[in-house]
Design a protein around this ligand. Structure first.
Ligand code: PRP
Length: 181
């Protein structure tokens, strides 16, 4: 048994379970896009960089990878749900088959913004993929591929952070409450 980092309360999803689920999602995408020709995966930085890398290496249909970076404006009452584009795609997606790749959907504001923004750019199709979603009330956003439901606690690992730390843990873990409260 590996020693856990002192900030970690417990492991929620093991590295093996994550890797198996990523392979299952990749197989679903291979089935769904077998006749699509070319697919564009859009990884959402920073959190989805690890999932995007693993998923893209397990997908066999021809695809390219691009990235966007999104940030929430803040947590004042007026700014809740407002998101801002930090980094845009390198190439247009008009007439392309696009899959947005997120690490987590929490309130749904980020995915909602991405969906509206990317739909406005005229893709041939647009689907959404998130490895994790929180068990909580959220905006009604379309989610085509989802890996795991997570409890509404602070989770880190596999791209998810606390103050930019713990992103590279290979598993998903619950952070101790005293670390963030
Ligand atoms: C996280 C995550 C999603 C977003 C989901 O990003 O990567 O993009 O929050 O939350 P929502 O459903 O409530 O909108 P974060 O803002 O933490 O930035 P990061 O990915 O750069 O860490």
């Amino acid at each position: 048994m590996t020693d856990l980092h002192p900030d970690i309360e417990r492991i929620l999803i093991s590295e093996e379970d994550i890797q198996q689920r990523v392979a299952e999602i990749a197989a679903e995408i291979d089935r769904d896009y077998k006749d699509a020709g070319q697919v564009v995966l859009i990884g959402i930085l920073k959190g989805a960089f690890i999932f995007t890398a693993d998923l893209s290496r397990k997908i066999h249909v021809p695809h390219s990878v691009d990235f966007m970076s999104i940030s929430s404006y803040g947590d004042t009452a007026e700014s809740i749900g407002a998101v801002r584009l930090i980094l845009d795609l390198r190439k247009p997606i008009v007439d392309k088959h696009v899959i947005v790749v997120e690490d987590i959907v929490d309130t749904g504001h980020t995915m909602n913004y991405l969906y509206q923004t990317l739909m406005g750019r005229g893709p041939a199709s647009l689907k959404t993929c998130s490895l994790f979603k929180k068990n909580r009330d959220r905006l009604d956003v379309p989610l085509d591929y989802v890996g795991f439901d997570l409890p509404d606690v602070w989770v880190v690992g596999y791209g998810l952070d606390y103050a930019d730390t713990h992103r590279t843990l290979p598993y998903i873990a619950e952070l101790k409450k005293e670390v963030y409260s």
